[in-house]
Ligand binder design. Structure first.
Ligand code: ZN
Length: 187
């Protein structure tokens, strides 16, 4: 999003692999919203408790205040008539209901800015991200640098053995990898 639309809703999605700067970009956009004195509310899933409970925090330690919620249907209770912008981080961890919630917010004239992983550690679409990307007005795909060869990286390699789709952590558990260096775990 190049500017904040007036008099209409909007959905921005920022998506890519780990270490690609999604949260930095989300925070950058949300800070502009704060500077513009727009009414903002930011959400993140409670599962993501790294760094700081009540903030969206990037790997480079930028942060912005956020509300931890467990389920997409909790969002409605924090939305006021005056809410203009909604931020959502780590959207891949939310239930599918988030797609309808986001659509509803946009139809009420709210600008929704979403960040999330596009693929899981197997290289498969992650949670509600495919649908959120489809209904978005604007999508930014962010790339990292392959930690093995230096090519542009679009995959998240899990470097520990664990079959859970959700395994929260960063540096010690994952690496950004390019398509050549990514090794999909055996099914
Ligand atoms: Zn590579």
């Amino acid at each position: 999003m190049k500017y904040i639309p007036k008099g209409m809703g909007w959905i921005d999605v920022i998506t890519g692999c780990m270490f690609s700067g999604k949260s930095e970009e989300l925070i950058r956009r949300l800070r502009r919203v704060v500077i513009a004195k727009k009414e903002l509310v930011v959400f993140k899933p409670e599962i993501d408790d790294r760094y700081d409970e009540a903030y969206v925090v990037s790997h480079s330690a930028q942060k912005i205040e956020a509300i931890n919620i467990r389920n997409s249907n909790e969002i409605a209770r924090y939305i006021k008539d005056t809410t203009e912008v909604v931020g959502i981080d780590e959207a891949q961890f939310f239930d599918r209901g988030i797609v309808d919630v986001v659509g509803e917010l946009a139809s009420r004239g709210i600008c929704v800015i979403i960040a999330g992983l596009d693929q899981d550690y197997k290289g498969k679409p992650f949670g509600p991200m495919p649908e959120l990307t489809a209904i978005a007005d604007d999508v930014l795909k962010t790339q990292a640098i392959c930690m093995r060869c230096g090519n542009p990286a679009t995959k998240t390699q899990r470097i520990v053995k664990n079959d859970a789709q959700i395994l929260v952590g960063a540096n010690e558990l994952y690496e950004a990898r390019c398509r050549n260096c990514f090794e999909a775990p055996e099914a």
